[in-house]
Design a protein around this ligand. Structure first.
Ligand SMILES: [Zn+2]
Length: 142
């Protein structure tokens, strides 16, 4: 969670750049009851700064599960400590793909991010299935 004030200009820039989509789970901020937040990709306690290139748009759930973490354990491979997906430095499609409502990891980075952010938790899959049925998932990046 941020302790530094984020200016309205930076907030607008980050939301616009993300086209209103959570940069982790591809949910649209228009489809969520709880407001999206600006996530410090590298948390301030690790020295991350409050600048556009260290911020991403995140839904409440992705941000809550991520917290200030930078990495997690790749239990499916060699139990290595692997950094989380970084939306500013990496491309979503290279680390994940959608199979219906499931977010399937393609890499170690994808695996630890799906695991830590609980991207395929039962209730999140249920919500995505509903949004798919309504034709509003995945969020359309412009
Ligand atoms: Zn999300």
């Amino acid at each position: 969670m941020s302790t530094t004030y984020i200016t309205a200009a930076i907030r607008r820039e980050v939301i616009k750049r993300a086209s209103g989509c959570c940069e982790y789970c591809l949910m649209s901020n228009e489809d969520r009851a709880i407001d999206f937040v600006l996530d410090h990709i590298i948390a301030e306690k690790h020295g991350g700064v409050t600048q556009s290139d260290n911020l991403c748009l995140s839904c409440y759930w992705c941000n809550s599960y991520k917290g200030s973490d930078l990495s997690s354990v790749d239990w499916d491979a060699d139990k290595a400590i692997v950094p989380l997906y970084n939306p500013r430095l990496q491309i979503w499609d290279e680390h994940f793909r959608l199979e219906g409502a499931r977010i399937v990891p393609l890499t170690a980075v994808g695996r630890v991010t799906v695991f830590l952010l609980q991207l395929n938790a039962y209730e999140r899959i249920q919500e995505r299935q509903l949004l798919i049925a309504l034709g509003v998932f995945p969020c359309k990046k412009i």
